[in-house]
Write a protein that binds this ligand. Structure first.
Ligand code: TYD
Length: 229
């Protein structure tokens, strides 16, 4: 496993370590678009910026993404899915995110460990004990510096997600869950943000794309402005 040099040995490396920003939220909240816009804005400041996503980001994690989102693990229940998401995350952290941060890059990641907590934990009813243990093994101290939670009513988010994929294609593994599942997700993400206000900022994602992007940037400046050029 890669060593988390910035955190394992505070000192010069901790100062030169890049910053790790995640975007979280339910279906159709606009995370992917906002992640791209944020990465572009950081890059425009001259920062090395790595835009990535979960599940995915490395060949191994992308292979696991295909498997999970095809629904092939559904019968194994939320535990099997959480373990697969975690295996993908471990490779993503070791092979991409960790090395990028260690060389000073800023990493913008579309979904991360809070998604496992909300989707498999709260909505899938997997025990918090198992979620905690998986997160401890896989993430440990490698937590994001900032998590932006894009909050949107599930009815609106699901409609946006359906419009985006087009009427012909069917809903994917999680989008196809009942409305209650998506309501629980929203509550779970808000609870995560309340429990960890130093790391998380809730952003109203019902506004138009440009206004949400401005709210995202305001949060980044407020929380991480001291690290920006
Ligand atoms: P994706 O197409 O990236 O969805 P979105 O555009 O909404 O981000 O597919 C990722 C799906 O996987 C999404 O439905 C959320 C789900 N997911 C989990 O259930 N657990 C996790 O740990 C992660 C990272 C994603």
């Amino acid at each position: 496993m890669a060593i988390w040099r910035g955190l394992a040995a505070p000192g010069v490396e901790a100062l030169t370590r890049g910053r790790f920003i995640t975007l979280e939220g339910g279906e159709g909240a606009g995370k992917s678009v906002q992640a791209r816009r944020l990465a572009a804005r950081l890059a425009a400041l001259g920062l090395e910026t790595v835009a990535t996503r979960e599940p995915g980001g490395t060949p191994q994690a992308e292979a696991l993404r295909e498997l999970i989102l095809s629904g092939a693990l559904r019968e194994g229940g939320p535990a099997a899915e959480a373990i697969a998401f975690s295996a993908a995350r471990l490779d993503h952290l070791d092979a991409l995110i960790g090395p990028a941060l260690a060389r000073g890059a800023w990493v913008v990641c579309d979904r991360f460990a809070d998604s496992t907590r909300a989707y498999q934990g709260a909505a899938g009813r997997l025990s918090l004990g198992l979620i905690d243990r998986l997160e401890q093994i896989v993430v440990g101290e490698r937590r994001p510096d900032l998590t932006l939670l894009l909050d949107l009513a599930p009815e609106l988010g699901l409609a946006r997600a359906a419009a985006r994929r087009g009427a012909a294609a069917g809903a994917d593994r999680f989008e196809g869950e009942a409305l209650d599942f998506h309501r629980t997700l929203g509550e779970a993400f808000r609870a995560i943000a309340r429990a960890d206000p130093e790391r998380c900022v809730v952003i109203d994602a019902s506004a138009d794309e440009a206004n949400v992007a401005q709210a995202v940037w305001t949060a980044v400046e407020a929380r991480l402005g001291g690290h920006l050029p």
